[in-house]
Ligand binder design. Structure first.
Ligand SMILES: [Zn+2]
Length: 296
């Protein structure tokens, strides 16, 4: 309940419960298929998009006035015997409207016991809290759990509370509790390396100190699983210099976004955004900035 209070404090409006479990998108077919599964959605105040921009300008750029509905997209790669999840949703204890991954896995015909790996972009609640089931046991009993060493170090440090605003303390308490329950099963890996064959963890810090995105050599060609390096389909691309309230180190997140957008627009790689509607698309340069071109 702490976390729900947090979002009410942050100005979030209603918690709609209409989000349906679903398969959001599929890339490729056969071995190496990427499936994007919904963990639901929640509403955030528009002001979350930038900490120092006038509301009218914000609304114009975001192309909406009221609170925004942020979708949650969990990516699943199936290749050979591997069933690899990138993040695992928010579980039952975060916000109403989220925690739908279990139903979406069922809709996609994926048994929880079949999941072999869970790779984390970062340890925020909407990405990490789904690691435990309602009995506080690992939700995927046969999985290896892989996260970036600096990300685990940040959240596990008893002094993390001094580095976070009060309304984020519940994030730290949740991350510590889940890391404790996973124990030795939570493996610490370095960013900038291949964590599994054909899957490189690209350092994209700023949103959180140890945030990574995953460059995946999929059957369809290279795909970048972004995590929260780019979170809004207009603002993150057209205004990479804006400083969302959700970024821990706002200036570092801006630098990361610029570097990532430059790389992605040159590579023409497909991207999958955890919070981007429809999840899948490409990045195109547009004047001095960029735009997200959704796949469908
Ligand atoms: Zn997120």
């Amino acid at each position: 309940m702490l976390t729900r209070r947090l979002f009410v404090t942050a100005g979030a409006c209603a918690f709609a419960s209409s989000s349906l479990a679903q398969v959001v998108a599929t890339l490729g077919s056969g071995d190496g298929t990427l499936t994007v599964l919904s963990d639901g959605s929640f509403e955030l105040p528009l002001s979350m998009l930038a900490r120092d921009v006038a509301p009218a300008e914000l609304a114009a750029e975001a192309k909406q006035n009221g609170p925004m509905r942020s979708v949650l997209n969990v990516t699943c790669l199936r290749r050979g015997k591997d069933v690899i999840l990138f993040d695992c949703g928010s579980g039952a204890n975060f916000l109403a409207g989220s925690g739908k991954l279990g139903e979406s896995l069922k809709a996609a015909g994926i048994e929880p016991d079949a999941v072999t790996h869970v790779l984390f972009t970062h340890l925020h609640p909407d990405h990490f809290w789904g690691a435990l089931d309602e009995f506080d046991s690992p939700a995927f009993v046969n999985a290896r759990w892989l996260a970036a060493a600096p990300e685990i170090a940040f959240w596990s440090d008893p002094k993390v509370y001094e580095r976070l605003p009060g309304d984020r303390h519940a994030f730290a308490a949740g991350a510590q509790r889940i890391a404790r329950e996973l124990g030795e099963r939570l493996e610490r890996l370095e960013p900038g390396r291949e964590w599994l064959a054909g899957i490189e963890a690209v350092a994209t810090p700023g949103h959180t100190p140890g945030h990574v995105s995953f460059s995946v050599q999929a059957a369809e060609g290279p795909v970048m699983v972004l995590g929260d390096a780019l979170t809004h389909p207009q603002v993150s691309f057209a205004r990479p210099e804006w400083r969302p309230a959700s970024d821990h180190d706002a200036d570092l997140a801006v630098a990361t976004r610029r570097r990532l957008l430059d790389r992605l627009s040159q590579d023409r790689a497909q991207v999958i955004g955890y919070h981007l509607p429809g999840a899948v698309g490409r990045v195109e340069r547009q004047g001095a900035a960029y735009r997200f071109v959704a796949a469908s």
